[in-house]
Design a protein around this ligand. Sequence first.
Ligand SMILES: [Zn+2]
Length: 262
Amino acid sequence: MPSLLATAAAATVEIGGIVALALPEGATGVRYQNDDALVVAGHAVVGVPLDAAPGRRSVTVATAAGERVLEFTVLAKQYPERHVTVSQRHVDPSPDDLERYRREAAVQRAAYALRTETRNDLVPFERPAAGPASSPFGARSFFNGKPRSPHAGLDIAAATGTPVRAPAPGVVAVTGHYFFNGKTVIIDHGGGLVTMYCHLSRVDVAKGDEVDRGHILGAVGKTGRASGAHLHWTVKVRGVTVDPAQFMAVFNTLDGEDGEDG
Ligand SMILES: [Zn+2]
């Protein structure tokens, strides 16, 4: 029916991606699903989780002239399967390993929940390591033949020792050596934008360090649940895990400086 198509929101995003919606002049409060939205370079940046249902969504914006509603449409996407062979300990963890994992997961959740002040120097996001993508985000994952959670990041294939760099400025929120993620760094970029780097051979930063774009965080390795040397990179937008590749494709179209026209 043409009338329905005509009213459908023009902006679209696949599950696991982000959408950037231009804000009207003088926008103040920007809300999405009972939370403040991340605002970068005059745009609301919203992440859509892998398990989101397709359909219409809206961001609500407060302006001096009243409330505005910005609509967008979530589209389904089929992600591929991946089959990985790792040590059996990382497929059937012992009770002690599981207890360790639960403690570590709580630390990571706390970092993802950080909502520090939004910065104005986040664009562009640069690729954190040189190398080809080896395992895409969202892949339905089987470890030693057993189904596990979908792949929550992007893997970049690189040799052990390859530098891992901050894609944008931020503060080191967490460093650790974890059961599944191996040696790990989490960066808080502000505004609820948080990124994680896993399986490192070496960590070169400490909690609380301020890092600029390109700052070396550590080096690629294969610690934790890894079949070989690679960087696992996770991007969280206000708690929502999104595809780093789709994130960069959209995010890096935004203007780098707030308030600058065109
Ligand atoms: Zn990975």
